[in-house]
Design a protein around this ligand. Structure first.
Ligand SMILES: [Zn+2]
Length: 296
């Protein structure tokens, strides 16, 4: 006689797009950060949260939402070292003191590098005054490529250099689910502005690596909140990066490059110069200011 185990479930919290303090952009929409997700995977008793959002306000709302699920939060997994996905961690750890924050060694290294006092003072503390925690929390490095939720495996997929370096996704075989972090985007303009031909190639290889797992659902780190979580986002992100690469090879002026992407993806959210062009410059910068790093 076999005993059937209750299935795992998942639920997704999307923090909406938020304006940030910055001079008016030279190109595109008024500056606002793209919507960011956090995913709760849960069994009968326990839960694992993937990523922890950015601001105190977001993390407080996330903690309330996690509590509604009435599970014991055992683990918070951080997919990659970009601060928009983990600055809310201290708020979560205060509310869930039994939870352990974990990430790959590469992500933990990036988390530290991206949150030096200087980086934060020029970055998130300036962008979101009063909304970034005083004391940053990092994750502990995992000593294996997987961990468990109620005896079920959650597998870390190391995806290398995608929209940042040493990125990962989390695969949940029981759910045929991938929680992709920023390796995949869902109807949201992608952070391609800082890519090179080489890094775009690595990013596409990572998307192929995830597609080979044949998931039934993919939750992306940034998404249009009106969208579901279909696996078609893998092919869409691949197409986006390929098309962007073709345009970059033509060395178009910034405005033309930007307009070409927006016209190919007219329904995608976050028409931001920092995403598409990798620039944070304002309309008051001198014209011809070098903005995009050259392809290697
Ligand atoms: Zn991100």
């Amino acid at each position: 006689m076999t005993t059937s185990r209750p299935p795992l479930s998942y639920d997704v919290f999307v923090a909406p797009s938020k304006p940030f303090t910055a001079p008016p952009p030279r190109i595109g929409d008024p500056q606002a950060w793209d919507p960011v997700t956090s995913t709760l995977i849960f069994g009968a008793r326990d839960a694992v949260l993937v990523d922890a959002l950015t601001t105190i306000r977001e993390a407080t709302a996330l903690a309330d939402w996690v509590e509604l699920h009435e599970r014991q939060l055992t683990t918070i997994y951080i997919t990659h070292g970009h601060p928009d996905h983990f600055l809310g961690l201290p708020v979560m750890l205060d509310r869930f003191p039994h939870a352990r924050a974990v990430a790959t060694a590469g992500t933990v290294e990036q988390m530290g590098q991206q949150t030096t006092p200087e980086a934060l003072n020029h970055g998130e503390r300036a962008s979101y005054p009063g909304q970034i925690v005083d004391t940053i929390a990092l994750a502990e490095p995992l000593d294996a490529g997987h961990f468990e939720l109620e005896g079920r495996p959650l597998e870390v997929i190391e995806t290398g250099h995608t929209d940042g370096v040493d990125t990962t996704s989390l695969h949940v075989p029981d759910l045929d689910l991938i929680v992709s972090g920023d390796v995949v985007y869902n109807h949201c303009h992608m952070y391609v502005g800082a890519t090179t031909a080489e890094s775009r190639g690595e990013w596409i290889a990572a998307l192929d690596q995830l597609a080979a797992l044949n998931p039934a659902a993919v939750v992306t780190g940034h998404k249009d909140p009106t969208q579901g979580n279909p696996p078609t986002v893998l092919a869409e992100s691949r197409d986006y990066i390929e098309y962007y690469g073709q345009l970059r090879e033509q060395a178009l002026p910034h405005q033309e490059l930007f307009d070409a992407m927006v016209s190919r993806y007219p329904d995608w959210v976050s028409r931001q110069q920092f995403l598409l062009l990798g620039i944070t410059g304002s309309a008051s910068d001198p014209p011809g200011h070098p903005l995009i790093p050259p392809d290697r």
